[in-house]
Design a binder for this molecule. Structure first.
Ligand code: C5P
Length: 237
């Protein structure tokens, strides 16, 4: 069973208010993108990784370790879905329609090896079309109208926040993305594309923080989280 990682990294991330694309910002001395690549390549079940870069990307070749075995690049498009499709087509070329594509945002550098392993084990052991890491919604949810007046409190008991990685068969994912595109339907993650064609992806609960870095405060939070997990242990621990 071939499994290939696909990392869409062709966006800029304007809400980060940085002069360089978000994926090249550093977290404890290493770019967000290289952290995500290393986490995937460290899993022995993953055969290779495709990094999807913007057409005018100048940052990737400057990263340490950007040239190595099992790592290839593809050129992305105007939307995340188009970039993902370009990366998955590269996997199709390398490993065929039955291979698994495991799509992971460059902007989620905290993915833990145990959550990655759990996703791969649960999805490959199930007979469903694929699945995604997700976290149960913890806050109370309100639906409000355009004036900001609350209309209703939404039952959160069966609601999940979708994360990445999301793992689907190459052929099924490519045809779902193509159909959504043809019908003018915007999909913001891979599972939505599969849902659109009638499939029922599985959610796999994430155990560790795996939030997407969108704003400067997210970078500060991720920095603090990593510092706390890297703390040297003392004899009283
Ligand atoms: O902008 P956002 O954080 O939602 O992007 C999620 C991921 O999709 C990022 O890793 C970004 O680089 C990628 N992306 C892409 N191609 C685009 C837009 C976003 O690969 N056209």
């Amino acid at each position: 069973m071939a499994i290939w990682g696909v990392i869409p990294a062709a966006g800029f991330g304007e809400r980060m208010q940085s002069s360089i694309p978000k994926q090249y910002l550093e977290l404890h001395g290493q770019s967000l993108l290289m952290r995500s690549i290393n986490t995937l390549l460290a899993n022995p079940a993953i055969d290779g990784v495709v990094v999807v870069l913007a057409e005018n990307d100048t940052g990737f070749s400057d990263l340490p370790d950007s040239i190595r075995s099992r790592l290839i690049t593809a050129t992305g498009g105007d939307s995340r879905a188009e970039s993902v499709a370009a990366g998955v087509r590269s996997v199709q070329h390398e490993a065929g329609d039955d291979a698994w594509a495991l799509v992971h945002d460059a902007a989620r550098p905290l993915l833990s090896s145990r959550d990655l392993l759990n996703l791969i084990s649960q999805v490959s052991a199930s007979d469903c079309c694929g699945g995604l890491l997700a976290a149960p919604v913890q806050d109370t949810l309100k639906r409000a109208d355009h004036t900001g007046t609350v209309e209703v409190t939404v039952d959160r008991s069966d609601l999940w926040q979708a994360q990445t990685p999301q793992m689907f068969r190459v052929g099924a994912l490519l045809s779902a993305l193509a159909r959504a595109k043809r019908d003018g339907v915007t999909v913001t993650d891979e599972a939505s594309a599969l849902e659109y064609v009638g499939e029922k992806p599985r959610v796999v609960p994430a155990m560790d923080p795996n939030f997407k870095l969108t704003r400067p405060s997210d970078l500060a939070l991720a920095t603090a989280w990593l510092a706390s997990t890297n703390k040297p242990t003392t004899s009283s621990d």
